[in-house]
Design a protein around this ligand. Structure first.
Ligand code: PMP
Length: 426
């Protein structure tokens, strides 16, 4: 009897096993991302109910904080890297080091995507006043980080990342302690020792390929401010997504500008398909872009008296606002219909208001965008279901040490009060 039971149990096991083998393996490829970069883009739009209901319009935020690298910059970093690979500027057989000057988000996106590829190393040059969690994230992602005076990120003459990339050669790689650290600029404050030598390891790349014995690392300057790939990522990606998601019923688009890629790319696409869509700039205090849009000059004397240059202003808003017209912002100039200067207390108040009313925890540039959206709707007297789209660039979790730190804000004399938003809505 026992052998009968065993016989049938084994027979059953063989049948089950063979039924598995003969079953075709059909993964739902439309439901499975192809590696990490497959998660970039195609973000949802959220109707922000508190603001929308109060105003009688639809304030729609594109949830860019859902990208795997945590911000809208994933799209830009991926496009820059892919375009560079197509142009042979980044080459898997030689290994490459990407250099970039960034307030953090772009660096985190580049570092994230680089780790999903073989033999790409990342060096990030960052202003020394940026929230420390971005530096920590970069280090966890294996990037080297150098902190400099803010001016040396956007300054064309002394752009540290460009100089490093240009000077980066096999010789430098053999002599990593960087004789080419920029000596000439007073603006550069080196607070971190950088080892520019890419790890050679045991000669086996991450993908398991054998590294070329003639391994010659190259430097590549990502150059998000001037690089057209930044604009293209939004013109061909984010813009068409918004158009599709709103069924073309978008009345206004609001964004801040760091490089200007977002506002020029998305704004440019939307204007190309709908001439009367309004494109609006949200600009933080201390930035010159507001004046450039409103008065045609970065610094109008009257304003300059009261407004210090951005890199001297300790604003808590990170990622937007600049005092130079870079290529990617220049493309937006002809299409911007109006601009709003957003104060720190407005941005701070908006971020707290959104948590209290919508459970939405956003970073400083997203909050600025939403303040500008509300102010525009109020200015135009819109209340008939118009659709205003903006970008939720990153999450509050990138901003614990400054924008979301009440003690830091109190010490900086910045009020934390949602009443400023309630008043704006009524
Ligand atoms: N928000 C955040 C958090 C950013 O880091 C940036 C880019 N510096 C922006 C907004 C602005 O985007 P763009 O560079 O496309 O103008």
């Amino acid at each position: 009897a026992t052998s009968f039971v065993i016989y049938h149990r084994e027979k059953r096991q063989r049948e089950v096993a063979s039924s598995f083998q003969s079953r075709p393996i059909e993964l739902r490829s439309d439901e499975i991302a192809q590696g990490l970069t497959g998660l970039i883009g195609n973000t949802p739009l959220i109707r922000i109910n508190s603001l929308s209901d109060a105003l009688g319009v639809n304030i729609l935020g594109k949830a860019e904080f859902l990208n795997p690298g945590g911000s809208v910059k994933d799209r830009v970093a991926l496009r820059i890297i892919e375009d560079a690979e197509r142009q042979g500027l980044l080459h898997p057989h030689t290994g490459s080091r990407i250099f970039e000057g960034t307030v953090g988000s772009t660096g985190i996106s580049i570092a994230t995507i680089a780790k999903a590829r073989p033999r790409v190393w990342v060096a990030i040059i960052m202003p020394d006043d940026i929230a420390v969690e971005k530096v920590n994230a970069l280090r966890c992602l294996g990037a080297t980080v150098e902190r400099v005076r803010p001016a040396s990120i956007v300054d064309t003459k002394h752009n540290v990342a460009r100089q490093y990339a240009a000077n980066f050669s096999t010789n430098d790689a053999k002599d990593p302690l960087s004789h080419h650290l920029v000596q000439s600029t007073e603006s550069v404050l080196v607070t971190t020792t950088v080892n520019l030598l890419p790890p050679r390891g045991d000669g086996v790349g991450r993908s398991g390929d054998i590294v070329d014995p003639e391994f010659e690392p190259r430097g590549f300057f990502a150059d998000q401010f001037e690089n057209r790939s930044n604009f293209d990522a939004h013109f061909e990606g984010t813009g068409p997504e918004i158009w599709r998601q709103t069924n073309g019923m978008v009345d206004a688009f609001v964004a801040g500008a760091g490089t200007g890629g977002t506002i020029s790319g998305i704004g440019g696409f939307l204007k190309s398909v709908k001439e009367d869509v309004k494109i609006l700039l949200a600009d933080p205090e201390g930035s010159g872009l507001y004046n450039k849009v409103k008065h045609g000059v970065m610094f109008d004397r009257r304003e300059a008296e009261g407004t210090k240059r951005r890199h001297q202003v300790d604003t808590v808003v990170e990622g937007i606002g600049i005092n130079r017209v870079v290529k990617n912002f220049e493309r937006a100039l002809p299409i911007i219909d109006d601009a709003f200067r957003i104060t720190d207390p407005e941005a701070v108040g908006m971020a707290r208001f959104l948590v209290e009313n919508d459970g939405l925890f956003v970073g400083s540039s997203s909050a600025c965008n939403l303040v500008a959206a509300v102010r525009y709707v109020r200015k135009m007297g819109w209340k008939d279901g118009q659709n205003v789209v903006t970008i939720l660039c990153d999450s509050g979790n990138r901003h614990y040490s400054k924008f979301w730190n009440d003690e830091y804000l109190r010490n900086a004399g910045i009020s934390i009060d949602t009443q400023i938003i309630t008043d704006m809505l009524h």
